[in-house]
Design a protein around this ligand. Structure first.
Ligand SMILES: Cc1cc2nc3c(=O)[nH]c(=O)nc-3n(C[C@H](O)[C@H](O)[C@H](O)COP(=O)(O)O)c2cc1C
Length: 195
């Protein structure tokens, strides 16, 4: 039985060990990507790209870039979320295209002006990575909904990960999501008290 959204919020947990030889299908990955695609983003800029990794050798390289953490070393698949930092220049073709769509049939100039006033080269990288976390949250809950285990991994060597995925300059990795059938039950949930 697939958990509905409130159940998925309750039941999601970071899986630290996945069952061996239990692949994640392309159909399952497609549903996760769709959940990420539909995530909200500031200015509607969608400053992300999602890279799926299922191949054994490539998975090993990603796991190594994730410092051989157990969740990464046992994952059946990864979705790596890359931040489209270079594309966020206010005068880029990408930004113009996004704002044309965001304005629907209206004038994109006001939103473009607002973005130009907001944009700071020195903070845009961290800002873009923050946007990527919204897509990640969608995908993590979708994974639970699909009965998949997941672990968000921010502990990685960015240079090694970029090299393994041959990422172009201006597209740094924001987050890795390890995926598979989880080999352990949900641990006791640790959270601050409601009040
Ligand atoms: C941005 C981010 C980065 C994370 N990086 C790692 C990581 O590198 N390795 C890891 O094992 N867990 C990582 N986690 C998982 C957290 O440790 C986990 O979500 C937290 O302890 C709460 O536990 P829960 O997800 O099971 O509720 C990360 C979570 C987030 C949101």
């Amino acid at each position: 039985m697939q958990p509905a959204l409130p159940d998925a919020i309750q039941q999601r947990y970071a899986c630290r060990k996945f069952v061996a030889e239990q692949p994640v299908s392309l159909g399952e990955l497609a549903l996760l990507l769709e959940a990420g695609r539909l995530a909200p983003s500031a200015f509607g800029l969608e400053p992300w790209r999602f890279i799926t990794v299922t191949d054994g050798a490539e998975r090993a390289a990603i796991a190594h870039a994730c410092l051989d953490q157990p969740a990464a070393a046992t994952a059946a698949a990864f979705i790596v979320i890359v931040a489209l930092v270079a594309a966020l220049d206010p005068d880029s073709v990408y930004v113009r295209k996004q704002f044309k769509a965001e304005a629907r049939d209206g004038d994109p100039a006001p939103i473009h002006d607002a973005y130009r006033a907001f944009h700071r080269p020195e903070s845009i990288t961290e800002w873009a990575k923050g946007q990527c976390n919204f897509a990640a949250a969608h995908m993590l809950l979708q994974a639970t909904h699909q009965g998949l285990g997941s672990c968000p991994i921010g502990g990685f060597d960015a240079a090694a990960l970029s090299a393994a995925l041959r990422l172009p300059a201006g597209e740094p990795p924001a987050l890795v999501i390890a995926l598979g059938r989880c080999a352990h039950a949900a641990p006791q949930r640790l959270r601050k008290a409601f009040d």
